[in-house]
Design a protein around this ligand. Structure first.
Ligand code: PMP
Length: 427
């Protein structure tokens, strides 16, 4: 079976065309942590810095005007990418983490009181947990977890049980960075809204891999990072519904976010400047615009289908490895739509970190550890897992390289076939 996206795409990614540890072709399966970026994106950064760079929104000179136009064009591209109604609903931040913290600080501090409830899920990344824990500490609000199925799915019915009249925030991920589960965002957001709570969607792992339409999904806030979708690091997006953003006080104070500053007080700027204090990530935002162009030219639907096929293939190949437990819902049981492009697993031996190290020797780059989802690992009864994550440039041949390398690792650590050194006297 052929891959759905052509292997020729890889020519856009010079970093993938290398060998490591001597002659091992690099098999990069860590895109969920941070993707690689195509020449088109690095070229946009070079063009910005070599031709059009100056601070934005300030100088009345040609470079500043060009940089401002390019920065605002990038915002319009993001608006289109996520289906937002207005560009002023798109706030550039440092990334998903900064976006979620902005909502927790700004909306949270203004709207939460002791006894209010913040609903989270067991599969959240720490960046969609800790800001809410901190908000709870400041306000006396209470953290609650919605139930998850044993195979790592969030069912809309579980939210009916967990949401009540005290619920003010429903914070959840669109795609789990550890399990790969694609969650029913639209249904969950509707339940939050019906209860008068806001929905805060962590789209760090969904925005790169499938179509996002904030109006169709009916979400209040949505956060993602450029570096996971072929863009630069250092920039991300906070989408917020206009009425909500309008009513929120600014979070970070400084230049650019003000309308007028007096001796001892200020009036805030309008949207989106109110939430963009200081010099923003100018070139990274422009690079994000170029990444969006690149992804849209291929098509998010095709990218998702390519990855779903890879996950199905990986699932079947890895399931054949003795002692290997795959995490998250089975695409064979629930269909390919239940998962995005990653597979995580545990082997009975060796430990996840040793697996990653041994795979690396074969040129296969994977992630090992808790992936910033410690509460999820606690629920699964494990301390660490190994994750292989895919993107538009991943091939079936690379999944084969992963499976073959893993099989060899497991064989070496076979419980019965292990050769033990005879104990010497005195040991
Ligand atoms: N949420 C999820 C689901 C993630 O996978 C990540 C990145 N690992 C984040 C949030 C945080 O993103 P960033 O580090 O870019 O702020």
């Amino acid at each position: 079976e052929a891959d759905l996206l052509p292997e020729s795409l890889r020519e856009d990614f010079p970093i993938l065309q290398q060998t490591v540890h001597g002659d091992k072709p690099l098999v990069f399966l860590d895109s969920a942590a941070s993707s690689q970026r195509p020449r088109q994106v690095t070229q946009a950064l070079v063009d910005c810095y070599e031709q059009d760079y100056a601070n934005v929104h300030r100088g009345i000179h040609v470079l500043s005007e060009r940089a401002t136009d390019a920065y605002e064009l990038a915002r319009a591209k993001v608006r289109d990418f996520i289906g937002a109604e207005h560009s002023r609903e798109v706030v550039f931040t440092a990334g998903t983490t900064a976006s979620i913290n902005t909502v927790a600080r700004s909306w949270g501090d203004a709207n939460l009181a002791a006894g209010d409830e913040i609903l989270v899920t067991p599969m959240e990344h720490h960046s969609n947990l800790v800001p809410w824990f901190q908000l709870a500490e400041r306000t006396g609000a209470v953290i609650k977890h919605v139930a998850m199925t044993d195979d790592g799915r969030l069912l809309p019915e579980a939210f009916d049980e967990a949401i009540n009249e005290r619920t003010k925030v429903v914070a959840f991920t669109a795609v789990s960075n550890t399990l790969g589960t694609v969650n029913p965002v639209k249904e969950i957001a509707a339940k939050a809204r019906a209860a008068g709570a806001i929905s805060v969607v962590d789209a760090a792992q969904s925005a790169p891999h499938m179509t996002t339409d904030v109006r169709q999904l009916g979400v209040d806030f949505l956060a993602f990072s450029a570096h996971k979708l072929c863009g630069p690091s250092g920039v991300g997006v906070l989408y917020g519904r206009e009425a909500l953003l309008e009513a929120m006080p600014p979070f970070l104070g400084g230049g650019s976010m003000i309308n007028r500053v007096y001796d001892d007080h200020f009036t805030p700027a309008g949207l989106p400047a109110k939430f963009e204090a200081g010099t923003p990530p100018i070139a990274p935002a422009i690079g994000l615009g170029a990444a969006i162009d690149y992804l849209q030219a291929i098509g998010l639907g095709r990218i998702h289908a390519h990855e779903a096929a890879l996950v199905g293939y990986a699932w079947r190949r890895l399931a054949d490895i003795e002692g290997l437990r795959l995490l998250g819902p089975s695409p064979l049981e629930h269909g390919p739509e239940v998962r995005a492009g990653l597979v995580s697993f545990v082997l009975d031996r060796p430990h996840a970190h040793d697996i990653a190290q041994l795979l690396d020797r074969d040129g296969v780059a994977v992630r090992a550890g808790h992936h910033c989802t410690q509460p999820l690992h606690d629920r699964l009864g494990i301390t660490a897992s190994t994750r292989a994550s895919f993107y538009l440039y991943t091939t079936r041949g690379e999944v084969d390289a992963l499976a073959d390398s893993l099989a060899t690792v497991r064989e070496k650590f076979r419980p019965t076939g292990r050769k033990r050194k005879p104990r010497s006297a005195g040991e």
